[in-house]
Design a protein around this ligand. Structure first.
Ligand code: PGA
Length: 263
């Protein structure tokens, strides 16, 4: 995995937004995989700024979100539909028919999950998937012991995730117990992946995902199998990495390196 470390959350978000904008400017009809949670908020703010300045256009972009809570309708303030509209979609020129978010209220989850996977394929696959990482190492809602080949499906959330996410709800008992999430296999099919992590609270999970053994106990570690995965970290989230000096050496030497990828 390529590891890019910035001193602050704002700098990390800006660097990740530049990488996303680069993809969109090279392929205006790109398909993005999107994440929710507190981590990508800075990235969305930066993309909105770049859009308002005329530096990135979403008119032809299609998006697929990673996950949604089961039982929350799209207009529920804690639903991921609502989150995406509030924090991103209402500020950019994306066409509403090009936005896909798993349904938290379907009456047939297996059929919905199959349809979601098929829609991703029909749209040509995901060009760039954005991810956060949970303190238990999850990507999407692929909790510890999720199959590394899993596809979009219903998951029971881990108690630690319910506790982590209780901060967004009025009462801890309001946090949904089930979610629908893209699988690890779905995520690995994306052509490029960007994982974001900020804050010391994520240092263990980031180190385990980037440098630990590949294990379903830390589903983020599956990204080690991805040929084009990048981790953008702020300094505190990089606090437990063993190879920081090497990662920074690579970045410092990058401008002089032979160009590998054409986009
Ligand atoms: P957070 O969640 O960004 O709110 O910390 C990340 C995740 O659980 O993937």
């Amino acid at each position: 995995m390529e590891v890019i470390i910035r001193e602050t959350y704002e700098e990390m978000s800006r660097a990740a937004a530049e990488a996303v904008a680069h993809v969109l400017n090279a392929k205006p009809g790109a398909v993005l995989g999107l994440a929710t949670g507190s981590t990508p908020l800075g990235l969305y703010r930066e993309l909105v700024r770049l859009h308002k300045e005329g530096n990135v256009d979403f008119a032809q972009v299609t998006t697929f979100n990673l996950d949604e809570y089961v039982g929350l309708p799209p207009n529920h303030p804690q639903s991921y539909h609502y989150f995406m509209h509030q924090n991103f979609f209402q500020h950019i020129n994306i066409a509403s028919q090009n936005v896909y978010i798993p349904s938290g209220t379907t009456d047939n989850y297996p059929a919905f999950c199959e349809w979601y996977e098929q829609r991703i394929r029909d749209c040509g696959g995901i060009d760039l998937q954005i991810l956060g990482i949970g303190s238990d190492g999850h990507i999407g809602f692929n909790e510890p012991c999720s199959s590394l080949g899993s596809r979009t499906r219903l998951k029971t959330l881990a108690e630690s995730t319910i506790k982590d996410n209780a901060r967004f709800f009025k009462r801890p008992q309001d946090v949904p117990i089930y979610a629908i999430t893209m699988g690890v296999g779905t995520i690995l099919d994306a052509r490029r992946v960007i994982m974001l992590a900020n804050g010391g609270r994520k240092a263990d999970a980031a180190a385990a995902a980037i440098e630990g053994p590949v294990t379903s106990m830390i589903t983020g570690s599956a990204l080690q199998h991805h040929p084009r995965a990048q981790a953008f970290l702020d300094r505190p989230a990089a606090g437990k990495l063993k190879m920081v000096e090497y990662y920074e050496w690579i970045q410092a030497k990058k401008p002089g390196a032979p160009k590998v990828f054409v986009d």
